[in-house]
Ligand binder design. Structure first.
Ligand code: G6P
Length: 620
């Protein structure tokens, strides 16, 4: 949450910063700002609202400044308004910065600075950082001398960073240093793109890829000092370090909308190809096995795991829940699923033989990172299922499996979810094959898995039909989503999708639980979405559908193609191809994504940037 971008090069900085901020807008979009450095002056423009507002505000700014910093905000401390938006400038008017993260000891530091006479303008924790740097830079901290070997700006930043508790991605400029940007990270991602005589620093590679494909991924407690003649990387304790330049592995086209109206729709429709990429080279039908390169070294440990704990947040947690069903059924390994935010604060039992699997699209979710740290401290082997290559989680886990679905920009996760489930399916089938599944069973599941992309294509053709269902129901303010077995988590995900982007209240349920409370919510016309595909729960869920119909609920039923019997129970029917129970979520979720998409559009909402949400939650 919050996106930061900074530029130092030969070109006009303003359009580059605005373009970069648009790419990062999914990280937060309640206010935005830029600061440009020109001839000893720092010119700041900031506003409440989206980047389009900032564009309007700066449209008359013709400055040819070639250095600047920018920010798009998701408010944590202080309301979204102009004063609280970034960049923030210190009391002495010399230091200006943008910050992504949360400073936990900001009240203590603020009190201290106020006691020294420093005045604050905003309610943010970020202003504490800039005033602290400014205070140190101005030489007020008399008990500490600046070493001859270091310049004052660098020294003040390092000294301030060492006083901070919490997380930060920072880009900082100083009006006394015309050609210098300092950036630093702890807990919030930061990438330094290295181009031809230009540098672009950003919270993620999407803001960089247009300018260069070479980047340095800063790790925690590291900083980079960038000047016109080069850059150096060092720790915040002033130890110089060498970092490798890495390739950014996606192209500009992948982050463009192309012919789609929204990223969410694009990403829903990308699922067949995304899954093909995810399976490519991994699902080996000829040899009836699955090869997951990232975990070859730990395959034995995984096969012998005594317990698996899957952790993640939001949609990733839903994928994890499906993973639990898969790993227990197919591999017969006891599996638990935990919200990362709960797991990190519990005292979980992690013994020899416990494997923790962290699931995350972004690879940057603060709670998931903390859960991994805790699991590692307790001696667990940690496996990461991550989409963003080079992200923090991908670097801190013992081994990992990338989702390979390319950048996901829509705030509501779609293709990353199906790929997370697909990877968990591959893992469960392969572990099952090594443990107890017969060759025949494994081979048949692999064939089914391989058929998923084409079957997904056929579901996508029903988008217009699903839109007509949305048209009849989008004005209803209470929806229920129900499934059983493997499709219970699918129901949770369907409800979450609708909630996130259409602001309709929706509840996902294990269908049998309906009668223990939620059935009270059903009145005439309440949309009740059932996943009632053929399989082990079919008869039971038909009874649940009957119970809803008896109370006037309107049933939207996801059923198996060719199932004639179900028609009598469905006010609206969406058919999906047949696959075994364990793989059904991969298909059943697709109509639910489309239902949420069309409903939100009909309500006139911005599906890619739903209110109050951010795609990458890098704060606790
Ligand atoms: C946010 C996003 C969700 C996402 C969750 C976990 O809440 O809005 O779409 O599922 O974070 O994110 P991760 O990147 O760890 O999968």
């Amino acid at each position: 949450m919050c996106g930061i971008v900074a530029y130092l090069g030969q070109k006009r900085a303003l359009p580059i910063l605005l373009e970069g901020l648009k790419r990062l807008e999914y990280r937060g979009y309640d206010s935005a700002g830029v600061s440009l450095y020109k001839d000893g002056e720092v010119l700041t423009s900031k506003t409440k609202g989206r980047i389009s507002e900032l564009e309007k505000l700066t449209s008359k700014n013709k400055t040819d400044a070639t250095m600047g910093i920018g920010h798009t905000r998701w408010a944590t401390h202080g309301k979204p308004n102009e004063i609280n938006s970034h960049p923030h400038t210190d009391f002495s008017n010399k230091i200006t910065l943008v910050h992504n993260g949360i400073i936990e000891n900001y009240t203590t530091l603020k009190k201290w600075l106020v006691s020294k006479g420093v005045e604050f303008k905003s309610d943010t924790d970020s202003e504490v950082i800039v005033n602290l740097i400014g205070y140190l830079y101005s030489g007020y901290d008399s008990d500490c001398e600046i070493p001859d070997t270091q310049d004052k700006f660098e020294w003040a930043v390092q000294r301030a960073l060492n006083k901070l508790i919490g997380s930060y991605g920072l880009a900082i400029i100083c009006s006394d240093y015309p050609d210098s940007i300092i950036c630093a990270r702890k807990g919030s991602p930061l990438i330094l793109g290295v181009g031809d005589n230009e540098y672009i620093i950003a919270s993620d590679a999407s803001a960089i890829v247009e300018h260069t494909k070479q980047a340095i991924y800063l790790s925690d407690n590291e900083m980079a000092i960038i000047n016109r003649d080069g850059f150096k990387t060092l720790t915040i304790d002033n130890i110089e370090i060498t970092k490798d330049l890495k390739d950014i592995e996606f192209s500009l086209e992948e982050i463009e909308l192309s012919s789609y109206d929204h990223y969410m729709l694009k990403e829903i429709f990308e699922q067949p190809e995304a899954l093909e990429r995810c399976f490519g080279g991994r699902v080996q039908l000829g040899e009836s096995k699955i090869v997951l390169g990232g975990i070859t070294d730990m395959a034995r440990k995984l096969t012998r795991a005594k317990k698996i704990i899957i952790t993640g947040c939001g949609t990733a947690w839903h994928a994890g829940l499906i993973g639990e069903y898969m790993l227990e059924q197919l591999a017969r390994i006891p599996t638990e699923v935990e919200y990362a935010s709960e797991f990190r604060y519990r005292n979980p039992i992690i013994e020899d033989g416990t494997v923790v699997i962290a699931v995350s699209q972004s690879g940057e979710t603060a709670d998931t990172l903390a859960a991994i740290e805790m699991a590692k401290e307790r001696g667990a082997i940690v496996l990461g299922l991550v989409n963003v290559v080079g992200s923090t989680i991908s670097r801190m886990t013992d081994a990992g499996i990338y989702l390979r679905v390319g950048p996901e920009i829509g705030v509501a996760s779609t293709k990353a979810f199906t790929a997370q489930v697909a990877v968990l399916a591959m893992l469960a089938i392969e572990l099952g094959r090594r443990r107890h599944l017969s060759n025949l069973e494994a081979a048949s599941l692999l064939k089914e898995l391989d058929s998923i992309p084409d079957k997904t294509r056929s579901i996508l053709k029903q988008s217009e039909h699903i839109k007509t269902i949305a048209e009849e129901n989008y004005e209803q303010n209470n929806w229920l989503f129900m499934g059983r077995g493997f499709n219970y988590p699918t129901a949770l995900e369907g409800a979450l999708k609708l909630k996130e982007i259409s602001y309709i209240h929706a509840e996902g349920l294990a269908a049998a639980e309906m009668k223990h409370g939620p059935i009270a919510l059903i009145t005439n016309g309440t949309p009740a979405v059932f996943i009632a595909t053929l399989g082990s729960h079919y008869e039971k869920i038909i009874s649940n559908i009957e119970e809803v119909r008896a109370r006037g609920g309107k049933t939207i039923v996801i059923a198996t193609e060719g199932d004639e019997n179900i028609k009598a129970f469905a006010d609206h029917l969406i058919s999906i191809p047949d696959v075994p129970d364990s793989l059904q979520p991969l298909l059943a979720v697709v109509p639910l994504q489309l239902l949420a998409y069309h409903s939100a559009l009909l309500r006139g909402l911005d599906v890619d940037k739903p209110r109050n949400l951010a795609k990458s939650v890098t704060v606790e």
